[in-house]
Design a protein around this ligand. Structure first.
Ligand SMILES: Cc1cc2nc3c(=O)[nH]c(=O)nc-3n(C[C@H](O)[C@H](O)[C@H](O)COP(=O)(O)OP(=O)(O)OC[C@H]3O[C@@H](n4cnc5c(N)ncnc54)[C@H](O)[C@@H]3O)c2cc1C
Length: 207
């Protein structure tokens, strides 16, 4: 589910801290981090999240009950999943809703004509793969962008990386997703000889 909202400033990075005061807030409170899934050139700022109808948090219920014109607060954008060197090659590794920063990055690079040597490895627990159509379209149009989907019970492991990433020690790796997955993949990368400075990561706790 995607939700678009407007902030009062130009948001060019990947992450913001949202505050949504609401009645009868549960123990998880009124603040959440969300990654901006839209690209900087897109007109609206978009966040993307999952709604669990039964047993979900009071925050998510309040978020999905927002009407057009409703207000929430967001802090300054921040985050370290940023492509700084357009000459380097990048492997983006996403778990589930951890795909959000990579939609922004891939669309922005594509828009700038700088989507070169980028591989997306995207793991999901089922066939409901968020943004699949967009990634498939871009990879069909641009041979320099490759996407590989991994559906449970398969996981992204050292053989997935070696099979899909040629000369795998020469790339910059970005990982985003649930804490356990991010830590496991980081260890895998270090284990196959990737330099620690070439591994960037974002944890998505809370699921
Ligand atoms: C850097 C960063 C970036 C992030 N980016 C994104 C993003 O782009 N998109 C995104 O969706 N999330 C993102 N997150 C995670 C986000 O901040 C929330 O933690 C997440 O969406 C879960 O939301 P929720 O707590 O409202 O729970 P829900 O989504 O409603 O539920 C998640 C799970 O928690 C359980 N649960 C819900 N409420 C409670 C409760 N009161 N007590 C116990 N268990 C409960 C539910 O049963 C369910 O199993 C990011 C987090 C970080 C740190």
């Amino acid at each position: 589910m995607h939700l678009m909202f407007f902030l009062s400033y130009l948001c060019r990075s990947t992450l913001c801290d949202g505050k949504l005061p609401h009645d009868n807030a549960d123990s998880r409170g009124i603040n959440r981090y969300f990654t901006i899934s839209s690209a900087p050139y897109e007109k609206n700022i978009m966040i993307t999240t999952r709604l669990i109808r039964d047993g979900g948090s009071s925050f998510k219920k309040a978020l999905f009950n927002l009407s057009p014109g409703g207000m929430l607060e967001a802090s300054n954008p921040k985050g370290n999943l940023v492509v700084e060197d357009f000459e380097r090659a990048y492997v983006l590794i996403a778990g589930g809703i951890g795909i959000t920063p990579f939609r922004s990055i891939v669309l922005d690079l594509n828009h700038k004509g700088k989507l070169k040597n980028v591989i997306l490895l995207y793991a999901n627990s089922n066939e409901e793969v968020v943004f699949k159509d967009e990634f498939d379209k871009i990879s069909t149009e641009n041979q320099d962008f490759k996407v590989h989907y991994v559906i449970s019970p398969q996981h992204i492991d050292s053989s997935t990386i070696k099979q899909n990433v040629p000369d795998c020690t020469n790339w910059i790796y970005m990982i985003a997703g649930p804490i356990g997955m991010v830590k496991a993949i980081e260890e895998t990368l270090l284990g196959i000889g990737i330099d620690r400075k070439d591994v960037k990561k974002d944890f998505f706790p809370g699921y």
